[in-house]
Design a binder for this molecule. Structure first.
Ligand code: PMP
Ligand code: GLU
Length: 398
């Protein structure tokens, strides 16, 4: 059989987070007792008023194509949200709705990258950024952050990484996988470096903005540095905040020329996102917001439980985050202790086989020596997972 797969695709890795979630689901279907802490998706059900809006949309016949870049109602809801919550003003022609924030990012990269352009991606990064960059024809410039700086990019690191080929800087706050978020001062300092480099765009992936319990408010780059409005693309969506991962609605807001280019790409690929999901997303953004508080409280409780419990496991050291729903412990001491387990990737396999707990290794996040555990699941499930890992690990430390 001939090999018909394109060379570029051969260089792309499948999403590690999705691979772990799929593997856990497959093992469960096969009757194995597996606790899946791989998936980065809220366990909560989509709130009822959002579901009701979708049902109403079906009953009203909103089952046809919509404008490629989203319905006027949803774009208005996004514009209102950006003004209300982020204090930035965007018109309909500066907003595009896509099939998830992931799709918005992919459209953005395709819209702005010329072959060989560089995208600056600080570690630990969401697994998809480098491969999406590759698919768009760009080169990832990976900048290593470290625990001394809470795994956050510093202005001097950013300044050093920028070259004449830099096209885009990718920022994600609160971060998947570390849960750390930039303070307004830190974001401002990064923005000042970008402002000094007029050939550089910045994407702010704000998908976890509502899953945040830090002391300082989260800031928006454009609100901090209005002169960056022409070079900032805000990425967000309803997946995480409103427990709507399966509905596939994300969006981008940015300079009209870039949004227009993204719309052109979308018009030749997916066309509009699902009409029914768009009605639901508008209800999410326009409707009561108390569900956000309820879910955020639950995530914070789970975070506090899991971080403490992981630090009590032999060999694991886990820093506290202030957002998202991931714990990201350093497991180098565990790897050093276990015979035949040479790195975080092998440890993830070992935990699946020996403890029946699915976690994502740190390597695909650009952070070898770590693993990621999602706490978007109940405390009971987290407790069982911790008990299993404890039982599997402890004998090796005695
Ligand atoms: N950005 C980050 C950092 C994420 O973790 C995710 C999760 N999938 C996304 C973007 C994309 O979210 P979605 O496509 O579900 O809107
Ligand atoms: N963002 C989530 C995660 O990191 C969902 C899976 C994905 O799209 O990567 O687990």
């Amino acid at each position: 059989m001939s090999d018909f797969v394109a060379n570029l695709v051969k260089r792309v890795k499948p999403s590690a987070t999705i691979a772990v979630s799929m593997k856990a689901a497959e093992l469960k279907r096969a009757g194995k007792d597996v606790i899946g802490l791989g998936a980065g998706e809220p366990d909560f059900d989509t709130p009822d008023h959002i579901k009701a809006a979708a049902i109403e949309a079906i009953n009203n016949g909103q089952t046809k194509y919509t404008a490629v870049d989203g319905t006027p109602e949803l774009k208005q809801a996004i514009s209102d949200k950006l003004l209300r919550e982020n204090h930035v003003a965007y018109q309909a022609n500066e907003i595009i709705v896509s099939c998830g924030a992931k799709h918005s990012i992919s459209n953005l990269l395709s819209a702005v990258i010329n072959p060989g352009d560089e995208v600056i991606i600080p570690t630990p990064y969401w697994v998809s950024y480098p491969d999406m960059t590759l698919l768009a024809g760009g080169e990832s410039v990976i900048v290593e952050t470290n625990s001394d700086n809470d795994f956050k990019l510093t202005p001097s690191q950013l300044a050093k990484a920028i070259t004449s080929k830099t096209r885009l800087v990718m920022l994600n706050s609160p971060s998947n996988p570390t849960g750390k978020a930039y303070t307004p001062d830190e974001l401002q300092a990064l923005g000042e470096v970008i402002a000094e480099n007029p050939h550089v765009l910045v994407a702010t992936d704000d998908i976890y903005e509502h899953i945040y319990w830090g002391h300082e408010p989260l800031a928006n780059m454009v609100a901090l540095i209005p002169e960056l409005r022409d070079r900032t693309i805000i990425i967000n969506g309803v997946s995480k905040a409103y427990a709507m991962t399966g509905w596939r609605i994300g969006y981008a807001a940015g300079p009209e020329a870039i949004i227009t280019a993204m719309r052109k790409i979308q018009s030749q690929s997916t066309s509009n996102p699902c009409s029914i999901s768009q009605a639901a997303a508008a209800a999410a953004l326009n409707g009561p917001q108390d569900c956000l508080v309820t879910m955020q409280k639950a995530f914070k409780q789970r975070h506090d439980y899991l971080v403490k419990a992981l630090n009590e496991l032999p060999g694991m050291t886990c820093g506290a985050g202030n957002g998202a729903f991931y714990a990201f412990p350093d497991v180098t001491a565990v790897v050093a202790q276990l015979d035949g387990v040479n790195d975080d990737v092998a440890l993830a396999t070992w935990l699946l086989e020996e403890a029946g707990v699915a976690v994502v290794p740190g390597t695909p996040f650009g952070a070898p020596g770590f693993v990621r555990l999602s706490f978007a699941t109940s405390i009971d499930v987290l407790q069982s997972a911790v008990a299993r890992m404890d039982a599997a690990l402890r004998p090796h430390f005695e």
